[in-house]
Design a protein around this ligand. Structure first.
Ligand code: UT7
Length: 318
């Protein structure tokens, strides 16, 4: 049997479309301002995909970045797990199957639907499938073309989101500890607070309700993961949160006495990219050289469902 904590992140990659939409440009489309968006969210700009670009295109470019950055070959990939709320087709084929076709893989390929918590859910699905020998290794991808489900007339939502993709390679190595623990939750009673309206294909949201849920769920997840692994918050080198609103992180840090500087934030340049936000941030941290051998990382997310959760892991340089 494979040791429970032997699944590692061994490579990361990311892609954001080159087209950037600034707050000032947005203020010519809806009644908003750079000052309001920055002060209420910390967002300065977002990346927007081309009309013909799909979620699987964004995901594929993130995978190509991973392969190039880490000198890996697509022939090594077995399974694919994609977290997305904006798959190319509302039904089938899944985004993961579209990628399996492009990469020429033959292992399991599936999509996971857990809103902005999707990457954390997908990571756990892939970890469990590797441990049970259903797949040898897995590309775990968060990819979203949220610009395709935005009501550009609704200032309450259109200023918040952006497009992008991030991914990691999960592999087994018994000689080291990798993913240590995962916490996954869902509060279905709140499902109406954040949806993609099926008729209009656009995001609807009760902003305040989601904000309050976010502050509570992030704080509880972090403390719970730390405590049940007999750690203290000072043992965590980086918290990589779902990037939805800088104010949510500040409020959470204040309420739960957490060091705000331990949270890595890049929301200013990407806005909220839903399931892509954590791997996008992680790939940026790797590129900047912020991740060091043996560091403890904590991913934490929340979103539609209402879902939330977190992963605790040890980072290893590849
Ligand atoms: O991935 C998870 C997805 N979602 C989230 O994480 C969102 C969680 N919620 C939030 O981040 C915040 O609730 C928002 C950023 C969405 C809103 O911030 P807020 O401080 O909760 O503002 P509010 O909704 O209470 O609105 C305050 C005012 C309202 O005007 P009145 O009624 O006070 O006159 C809004 O109409 O701000 C107005 N407003 C805007 N004004 C300028 C709302 N959106 C905008 C805008 N520009 N874009």
């Amino acid at each position: 049997m494979k040791p429970l904590h032997s699944i590692q992140i061994t490579a990361v990659g990311a892609y954001a479309p080159p087209k950037v939409l600034t707050n000032t440009e947005l203020s010519t489309i809806v009644d908003t301002s750079d000052e309001w968006i920055r002060s209420h969210t910390g967002i300065g700009e977002r990346h927007i995909a081309e009309k013909e670009q799909t979620t699987s295109d964004l995901a594929m470019l993130a995978v190509e970045d991973l392969l190039a950055r880490f000198g890996r070959s697509k022939d090594e990939i077995d399974g694919i797990v994609v977290a997305t709320a904006t798959s190319d087709y509302p039904g089938f084929p899944s985004t993961a199957c579209l990628l399996a076709e492009r990469l020429g893989t033959s292992g399991p390929a599936l999509d996971v639907s857990a809103g902005c918590t999707g990457f954390i859910y997908a990571l756990e699905v892939a970890r469990a499938m590797i441990l049970s020998n259903s797949m040898r290794n897995a590309l775990v991808i968060g990819a979203e073309k949220l610009s395709s489900v935005i009501n550009w007339k609704d200032r309450n939502t259109c200023v918040l989101f952006g497009d992008g993709a991030g991914c990691v390679l999960l592999e087994q190595d018994s000689s080291k500890q990798g993913l240590l623990d995962t916490l996954l939750k869902a509060e279905g009673a709140g499902s109406g607070a954040l949806t993609i309206d099926p008729g209009q294909r656009c995001i609807t949201m009760e902003g305040r309700a989601v904000y309050n849920f976010a502050v509570r769920s992030i704080g509880e997840t972090i403390l719970s993961l730390v405590q049940r692994n007999n750690l203290t918050i000072d043992d965590i080198d980086w918290i990589v949160p779902h990037q939805a609103n800088k104010r949510i992180i500040s409020a959470c840090a204040k309420r739960y006495s957490l060091n705000e500087d331990a949270f890595y934030l890049n929301i200013e340049h990407y806005a909220n990219t839903s399931a892509a936000s954590i791997p996008l941030a992680l790939a940026e941290m790797q590129k900047k050289g912020l991740l060091k051998e043996g560091q403890k990382l904590l991913f934490v997310g929340f979103g539609a469902g209402l879902t939330y959760g977190g992963s605790l892991l040890v980072w290893h340089q590849s």
